[in-house]
Design a binder for this molecule. Sequence first.
Ligand SMILES: Nc1ncnc2c1ncn2[C@@H]1O[C@H](COP(=O)(O)OP(=O)(O)OP(=O)(O)O)[C@@H](O)[C@H]1O
Length: 229
Amino acid sequence: MLSLRGVTRTYDTAQGGLQVLKGVDLDVFPSEVVGLIGPSGSGKSSLLHAAGLLERPTDGQVMIDGQDVGALPERARTRIRLAKVGFVYQFHHLLPEFDAGDNVALPMRINGVSHSVARARASELLTALGLGERLMHQPAQLSGGEQQRVAVARALANQPRLLLADEPTGNLDPATSQAVFESLRELAKTTGVAALIATHNMELAGHMDRVFALRDGHLEERPAQSQAY
Ligand SMILES: Nc1ncnc2c1ncn2[C@@H]1O[C@H](COP(=O)(O)OP(=O)(O)OP(=O)(O)O)[C@@H](O)[C@H]1O
C-alpha cells in the first residue's frame, strides 16, 4: 500500500544542510499496523510527512496504492492525498461547535457527499469505535480518549488506503491509549487500511504488527515486543 524507496530528506538550516532521512526503504501492506519509533528529532514526523504527501522528499520514491506519486505536480498530489490518506495527530483538532457526527462527516462533505449519506457513514464509523451513543455530543462533552477516537473516525471517513498517525495517543493515559489503539487496529483489519503510527509509547509499539526504529536517518526493524530504542 505504501512503499518508500531510498527516501532522503535534508533541511536547509543556518548551519547548512541537515540530513534527517538518509535513504529510507519501507513497505506497509493493507490491514497492517506498523510502528515507527525513535528518539525525539530522529525524523519520524519528516517520514510521515513524506509518506503522506505533505512534503516532498529531497530524493527517493514514494508509492501509494501502486502509484509513484513523487514526481506528480502538486495538484495531483493533493488529490491523491485527499482520496487515499488519512491523518491522526496527537491533538485531534476537532471543531468544537460541531458534534461528533458532523466532525466525522466533514471530510466527506468536502468531497461532495450528501449530508445524510455522510452522517450515516459517520454513525457507522463511530459505532465501530464504540461511540455510537455519542454521535450528537460536542467534543467538550467527550473524554480525551473519546475525542481521539472521533479523530480516528474522521481520518477514516473518506475510506483512505493509508492511515498515518503521529503520536495519536500522546496525551492519553495508558489504558485509554490502549483502547484507542485497539479500535484503530480493529478498523485496519476490517477496512484493509494500512497504518503507520509514530509513537514514543513502547508498550503500544509492542502490540503492532511490525516496528521500525529510526536511527541516524535509517530504519531498523525491531523484533516485536522490543522495549528499547
Ligand atoms: N522545516 C524544518 N527546517 C529545519 N529543520 C527541521 C524542519 N523540520 C524538522 N527539522 C529538524 O529535523 C529533525 C527531525 O524532526 P522530526 O520532527 O521529523 O523528528 P521527530 O522524530 O518527529 O521528533 P519528535 O519525536 O520530537 O516529534 C529535527 O532535528 C528537527 O529540528
